[in-house]
Ligand binder design. Structure first.
Ligand code: SF4
Length: 296
């Protein structure tokens, strides 16, 4: 922006969302609708893939600078993990999508258990959906310390494990002797999750049945998600059974891709699923560093 104009551009694939909002004192561009709610602005619409908006005293003008190259491939992982659950994408509520993923998971991978618990906080809507569909009560296995940041940002394994222990503490009465369905949105490196599950074992959980709201995350993202190269993605290097053993759980199931996309519903119909399928919407050399496209 400069003194007179605010310009916003969404890439021709529309990997990431961009939202136009209206505030009594002006226009706003943001990645998520909760940013608009927070400042008391109304959501006007999403900027389309490949669209540029120029905002000045005359209002909002839309142009299409990429005309022939527009090929929508919206990041399906926004619905699984990135986006705030109180947001809306493509006209669809994110919380509702995650809840439906949990319901599909209960149908696809049922289990006899006493309690459905989320890994806080990302697994909460999915665990609610699993509980609703299965009829198994929903509860909390952890209390979360609100003042600890995201653990996958910690630079070493040891720091990450320490951070998990500082961040989560088991609720003993909900865990000891209980057969738990533990719901999480995804597994990328599995280091944090392994430590989280260990805490439930140490708190004497009788059984742990891990349910994941997305298929195995096997391929690196070149489009804005910082998830390391393939050597660090556990599902790129181990089978589901090997991951189950590594995490020391009694059973493990990932939501099937078709069910995940069905749960997302009528949001943008053309999704990127490359990290789950290896089917990249842009040719990439997966041996390159993940920032290669940004560098270019
Ligand atoms: S590769 Fe995965 S995380 Fe990256 S844009 Fe595609 S769906 Fe999203």
């Amino acid at each position: 922006m400069d003194e007179n104009r605010l310009i916003g551009v969404r890439d021709p694939h529309g990997f990431r969302p961009l939202i136009l909002g209206r505030h009594p004192h002006g226009w706003i561009l943001a990645s998520e609708t909760p940013a608009l709610d927070t400042v008391g602005a109304d959501t006007v619409r999403e900027i389309s893939p490949g669209e540029m908006v120029i905002i000045d005293k005359a209002g909002v003008r839309s142009t299409q600078p990429f005309s022939g190259d527009v090929n929508p491939s919206f990041c399906s992982f926004e619905f699984v993990y990135f986006a705030r659950p109180d947001g809306r994408l493509g006209g669809q509520g994110v919380h509702g999508a995650r809840r439906r993923m949990g319901m599909h998971l209960a149908t696809q991978a049922p289990v006899d258990a006493d309690l459905v618990v989320p890994v806080p906080e990302s697994g909460i809507p999915g665990a609610q959906g699993y509980a609703q569909q299965s009829g198994i009560p929903y509860g909390d296995a952890f209390v979360k310390n609100r003042y600890i940041g995201r653990t996958f940002m910690a630079p070493t394994q040891e720091l990450r494990e320490n951070a998990v222990r500082m961040k989560l503490n088991p609720v003993a009465e909900n865990v000891a002797g209980q057969r738990l369905v533990v719901v999480e949105d995804s597994i990328v490196r599995a280091t944090t999750l392994r430590e989280t599950l260990r805490m439930l074992r140490r708190a004497d959980a009788a059984e742990l049945h891990l349910r994941i709201l997305s298929p195995p995350y096997r391929w690196p993202c070149f489009f804005g998600m910082d998830t390391s190269d393939r050597s660090k993605l556990i599902a790129a290097n181990r089978t589901v059974e090997e991951i189950r053993q590594y995490l020391d759980v009694d059973s493990l199931a990932y939501l099937e891709l078709d069910r995940m996309l069905t749960a997302i519903g009528n949001a943008p119909r053309t999704f990127c699923t490359a990290c789950l399928t290896g089917d990249y919407p842009i040719p990439v050399d997966i041996n390159n560093g993940k920032h290669v496209l940004e560098g270019r």
